[in-house]
Unconditional design. Structure first.
Length: 557
């Protein structure tokens, strides 16, 4: 007997026999549902035998037979009713458990998200991809096949999505492109560090989505519920079906604020802030201006996160302001890093350490934030240093800047496009999906081992566009991505360490070192960040103008 738990209230299994019922009762189940019709196989016990053994074991039993491969909407409704009527937890079985898992998935479609249903059944060992369209449709069988079809469908209207749309149209005007994103506002997220440091106004980092989507691109203002790559289809909320010849997936990543106990309740008050949210970055600046003494914590969760330098940028800019205000000596600056190094590319660490020492900041490695008590102003960390026993420490604070844990979006993690870690599985050079030849991915959501930054997306967009157009023309991919990413580390007001690197930590400076030596803090890099990069973002990257981003070509040799 194999008990496969879907939730605390329902478990399923392959075919059982009467002798299994005492063990099922001993495991805590109170009811049993048989979803396998009698007589399906010669060695199969009848429902009457199971019911008799269930009664003897003190279990309530119900017979809801379903023909293999023919789960009707009515069957799912009946299963859902049974779950409400029967005492739980409930044990359901069929030949393999798949019918029972399918019935549960469809019966819960009105009260649970498709992503949660797919995640729960996958954890139990069942793939519900075959009924995902019905799940999205509230558990009902859709009556239509496709609501729209396009040459190229792009999922995600962030930096990566709009940039790749523009780059595609620059190469092939007239291409029938659709972009799917439910958001009304598009944000220049790299600017939020500067908002938190009092340099930018938050309003300058936001524009309406409609003003940025390239002319001729169809904007489907909806959320994606699921993918059916075998049918070249994207399923939208409400079960609308969008077909594609080629698909580009770039919805960014998910900021998992709820992963830290107590954080959501205290964000934006009690001295707890984050530059990772548009509405909170101004609060960071308020806190910095108002803090004259006490302890300031700056946290960094386990990788991957977008812009790995952003957590310490917040620390440096805050400390620089306290230094200018003459209050730094009265403020205990603490960097709480879940990782074991200050920065992943060693060439930039010496310059950063100079500022750590200048601001008298304490580096606490292997400290992962797990809980916040806002009113008490305490933060709890798990400490897992190598070759030591894990421990938990609670640290009081007067101000805390939190970087939340980050994952792939739920609808990506449970999709057929994801690897075991939940990220889109691509070839790191061509950014083409490893299993589906007509799918590409870029930006924060894919699994290439590069830094997740807007600068990376700026270089990836032309690579994807070039290779997708190659595919339309019947050619093999000709453009390669070298892992380029850039992290302008704002170490003080007026100076930046411009980290630019590719796969394996290889330094990839865009400009001559006589102009900007990226391993040292420079005023030139600050001017680049403050005055040049924002217009490059809005007026070049998002419009398909590939300044310093022309794709490398695969060598003919």
């Amino acid at each position: 007997m194999q008990i496969k738990t879907i939730t605390a209230q329902i478990s399923v299994s392959p075919q059982i026999v009467a002798d299994d019922l005492p063990a099922i009762a001993a495991a805590g189940f109170r009811s049993i549902i048989c979803n396998r019709p009698d007589g399906e196989a010669a060695d199969q016990p009848t429902y009457e035998e199971i019911e008799t053994a269930a009664s003897a074991a003190g279990l309530e039993a119900r017979y809801l037979p379903v023909v293999a491969g023919k789960v009707r909407d009515e069957d799912a409704e009946e299963f859902g009713t049974a779950l409400l009527e029967l005492p739980g937890p409930v044990f359901a079985y069929c030949r393999t458990g798949t019918r029972s898992a399918t019935l549960w998935s469809l019966s819960q479609a009105r009260t649970m998200s498709a992503a949660d249903i797919l995640a729960a059944t996958r954890s139990a060992g069942y793939d519900m991809a075959g009924v995902v369209r019905r799940i999205v449709n509230g558990g009902k069988t859709p009556t239509d096949t496709a609501d729209a079809a396009f040459d190229v469908v792009i999922v995600g209207g962030g930096a990566a999505g709009i940039a790749v749309a523009s780059s595609l149209l620059a190469r092939k005007p007239g291409l029938d492109v659709a972009l799917i994103d439910p958001a009304d506002i598009h944000y220049y997220q790299p600017g939020w560090t500067m908002v938190g440091g009092g340099i930018f106004d938050a309003e300058t980092t936001a524009k309406t989505m409609g003003s940025l989507i390239p002319k001729g691109v169809h904007w489907l203002k909806s959320a994606v519920a699921a993918f059916e790559p075998g049918d070249n289809a994207v399923i939208l909320d409400g079960c609308r079906v969008v077909k594609y010849n080629r698909l580009v997936v770039c919805p960014g990543l998910k900021l998992d604020w709820n992963a830290i106990s107590g954080l959501v309740e205290t964000l934006g008050k009690n001295g707890v802030t984050s530059n990772y949210r548009y509405d909170l970055a101004p609060y960071t600046w308020e806190l910095v201006k108002g803090l004259t003494q006490g302890r300031a914590l700056f946290t960094q969760p386990p990788m991957p996160i977008k812009c790995a330098g952003a957590p310490q940028k917040a620390m440096y800019l805050s400390a620089s302001n306290w230094e200018r205000m003459g209050t730094l000596g009265d403020i205990d600056v603490q960097f709480m890093n879940a990782g074991g190094v200050l920065f992943g590319v060693k060439d930039y660490v010496p310059a950063l350490m100079e500022y750590v020492e200048r601001y008298d900041a304490t580096l606490n490695f292997h400290h992962n934030l797990v809980a916040v008590d806002g009113p008490a102003k305490t933060a709890t960390f798990t400490v897992t240093a190598p070759e030591t026993n894990p421990e938990t420490v609670t640290v009081p604070f007067d101000m805390m800047h939190v970087t939340p844990p980050q994952t792939a979006p739920d609808f990506i993690r449970v999709s057929p496009l994801a690897d075991a870690g939940g990220w889109i599985d691509v070839d790191q050079s061509t950014l083409r999906h490893k299993a589906y030849d007509n799918i590409w991915s870029l930006g924060d959501v894919m699994n290439a081992p590069n830094a997740k930054t807007a600068a990376a997306a700026r270089v990836q967009a032309p690579v994807v566009a070039e290779n997708l157009i190659d595919d339309i023309q019947g050619k093999s991919p000709t453009a390669i991505y070298n892992g380029y990413g850039s992290c302008p580390l704002t170490v003080e007001r007026g100076k930046i360490v411009l980290a630019e690197f590719g796969y394996g930590g290889t330094l990839l400076p865009s400009l001559p070192t006589w102009l900007i030596d990226g391993t040292r803090p420079t005023r030139a890099a600050w001017i680049l960040k403050e005055q040049i990069l924002p217009p490059v973002y809005w007026k070049a990257m998002l419009r398909g103008k590939e300044w310093l981003a022309k794709p490398e070509k695969i060598s003919a040799g």
